[in-house]
Design a protein around this ligand. Structure first.
Ligand code: UGA
Length: 446
């Protein structure tokens, strides 16, 4: 099938490459020329394990192309996938629909006198957006033969390639049988290799809601385990054991019970807030979602305080060693990263404090984000490796769950740190070994 993907971000690019690998003829469209030129040179514009190899393979085989020209891209496409950003409005927190709206408006002129086209929306969009796009196009041009479907994406960043090829469900929100059939055909090669994957066909609004409900439920699960971690710290229980015991109940499930410094990224914070906004517009009180948002905000503040509280009282210019900047492991994405937020709070709360930071993939993105705060630039040193952050540090803190951090040479760290304090917000380091080496160790929920 011929597929056009509008938007080459964390959803659009892995989807495009994945569909090309399934044998479809894919063309990815993005307005940013620099991105398209990089992709045409066989280089990825974001870090995802395995993505670059797959991109090169399919690019060389002619299965995937890249362009900035939307009309060229969507010409003859049987499916046009919308994968543009829907960032939160800075004040209301509702999803900013500008890019979806612009793409839909452009499609009006590009799809003139087309054969039948399915416009599949993969961006996370407010419930009712499918109707809005359908009406917008139909109202402006009656000669377009099309349907709009909701095709929510459940890929995790950092595992996008794996998740694309091993989905547990594909949800299609289609209000016509014809559109549903086109999307079923699109995923046919994938379903043949994944008999465990459920293809769920629902109405368009249900599909749009499934995406928000899924992300908000997972965010609430994390908030729950983080609150339980606080409880465990007070009553002498161990959150790791508690999570293990809970997770053995199949009704609860063992995933998303890893306590940490709060959830982040470009999805959970944005989607919980957007869902809350939609609920308030409909006079519905989603109190659990609201508590999740508020609890996560407080958690990020309390983690910054926890790190600063570990600084010895006689230190006038504290040096904090920070392991991890990305919002989670496996990605270079620092957007709404708990690590970045905690780092900023530390710098705000203690005007003398300096930071030594390291992340295996996210240094460049973190550097760009920090450039927006020139007052902090001189107080942050980007290090080349994990052990380097320990040099002269008064406190070492782990903020992102990169597995390699668990191999940190604590013996070496103990020799080069000024004071031996660890605040491990991801429970990555060995508490036992740290204590043996003379560290004062504080983990989460233990
Ligand atoms: C999330 C969902 O997991 C995907 O299914 C969805 O497609 C995606 O949002 C999206 O809407 O596009 P993602 O944002 O990539 O994926 O990240 P997650 O792996 O879900 O992690 C989100 C945050 O929760 C991270 O900050 C992570 O460190 C934190 N987390 C996750 C925990 O603190 N504990 C856990 O047990 C799991």
């Amino acid at each position: 099938m011929k597929v056009a993907i509008i938007g080459t971000g964390y959803v659009g690019l892995p989807t495009g490459v994945g569909l090309a690998e399934l044998g479809h003829e894919v063309i990815c469209i993005d307005r940013e020329l620099a991105k398209i030129e990089k992709l045409q040179a066989g280089k990825v514009t974001l870090y995802e394990e395995g993505l670059e190899d797959l991109l090169r393979k399919n690019f060389q085989a002619g299965q995937i192309k890249f362009t900035t020209d939307l009309s060229e891209g969507v010409k003859d496409a049987q499916v046009v996938v919308l994968a543009v950003g829907t960032p939160p409005h800075p004040v209301t927190h509702e999803a900013d629909m500008r890019y979806v709206y612009e793409a839909a408006t452009e499609l009006v002129s590009c799809l003139q006198n087309n054969e039948y086209t399915v416009i599949a929306n993969k961006s996370t969009v407010p419930v009712g957006t499918g109707d809005m796009v359908q009406n917008l196009i139909a109202k402006n041009n009656q000669h377009i033969n099309f349907d709009v479907v909701s095709l929510p994406e459940f890929l995790r960043e950092g595992y996008a390639v794996h998740d694309f090829f091993h989905p547990n469900r594909i949800v299609i929100g289609a209000d016509t049988e014809r559109a549903k059939q086109v999307i079923c055909d699109l995923y046919k090669p994938l379903l043949q290799h994944n008999p465990q994957c459920t293809l769920l066909c629902v109405n368009r609004r249900s599909s749009e809601t499934i995406k928000y409900a899924s992300n908000s439920f997972l965010a609430a699960k994390i908030q729950f385990i983080n609150e339980m971690a606080d409880f465990c710290e007070c009553v002498g229980a161990d959150i790791n054991e508690v999570a293990q015991g809970m997770g053995l109940d199949a009704r609860i499930g063992k995933s998303f019970l890893q306590p940490g410094p709060g959830f982040g990224g470009s999805c959970f914070p944005k989607d919980t807030m957007a869902l809350d906004f939609m609920a308030r517009q409909n006079n519905i009180d989603l109190s659990l979602v609201r508590a999740t948002i508020e609890g996560n905000r407080k958690r990020i503040n309390s983690m910054a305080t926890r790190v600063l509280d570990a600084v010895a009282y006689d230190v006038t210019v504290p040096c904090i060693g920070v392991l991890g900047l990305a919002f989670k492991n496996g990605t270079d994405d620092c957007r709404v990263s708990p690590a970045m937020q905690i780092l900023q709070k530390i710098l705000q709360q203690n005007s003398k404090c300096i930071l030594r930071v390291f992340d295996p993939e996210a240094i460049e993105n973190a550097r760009m984000l920090l450039q927006a705060y020139p007052q902090y630039n001189t107080r942050v040193t980007f290090c080349n490796n994990a052990i380097d952050v320990c040099m002269g540090a008064d406190v070492l803190t782990v903020l992102t769950e990169w597995p390699e951090f668990s191999n940190l040479d604590l013996q070496h760290a103990a020799k080069i740190m000024r004071h031996l304090y660890i605040v491990d917000c991801r429970n990555m380091l060995s508490a036992e070994q740290a204590i043996k080496l003379g560290f004062s160790y504080r983990g989460i929920g233990i």
